[in-house]
Design a protein. Sequence first.
Length: 259
Amino acid sequence: MASASHPEYNYLPANEVKQLQVEEEIVPALLRPWIGKKQLGLAIIVPAIGERADAPGLASYLRRELNSVGWATLAVTPPPLLDTRTEIEASDTANTATTPDTQQALLESQKIQLKQQDFMLASMVQLDTLGKHFAGKRMLVTIGDSADLIIELLDTKRLPKPDLMVIVNPYSELESANQALPEKLAALSIPVLDIQSKDGTAQSLATQVQRLTLAPANMPSRYSQQVLALDLTLKVAWGNCLELIEGFATRINKAYPNG
């Protein structure tokens, strides 16, 4: 897992670009140290499915800006975007029409989700080695449909729990999985910051109220949902996210100082 040369990241310093072996593939992971005296731990950033580790927008912004507020950052490559639309659309009709075709489509979509979960898990289990020099808490920051995969892996205990987690516009393309997301999120025994933007997907907006309603009582700072006033297409909204994450991490550090 030494530094590797990936042409798509030739604009970055070579020592930032690491490599993971996932399903016989070499995929990049981007590591940046914290800046200054504040050293809180390692933030693992997972962009939406199909995006790059340095995905333009919020993921790239947080990868660079969290360093100055006490976090080393490790951005990983999420699972590839597979052609699931036909299977998902067909499986969503399975609730109203049970036929061999819809049952088969549902099985195929579930297989795709499992494959994406396995890809994610294979990456995550290698991160301790890359981040071993950064003591402190482990924070997971995950965006869009990657958040659903992470929640599922935590719910099934396939993935070790981080000390705190940030989810941004979480959703699943599969309707049944999207409906199950709020309950699985509420069952997690870790502090969660849930950020929702008004330009999130229809699926993430559809579960926003339920995610808040089912959330456990603050014990302390167990769950916080924040709705952005601005769309995530705007850089000022990225800065708002950074402030929310910094404030949440400060509260968790005060509540749970040993991490």
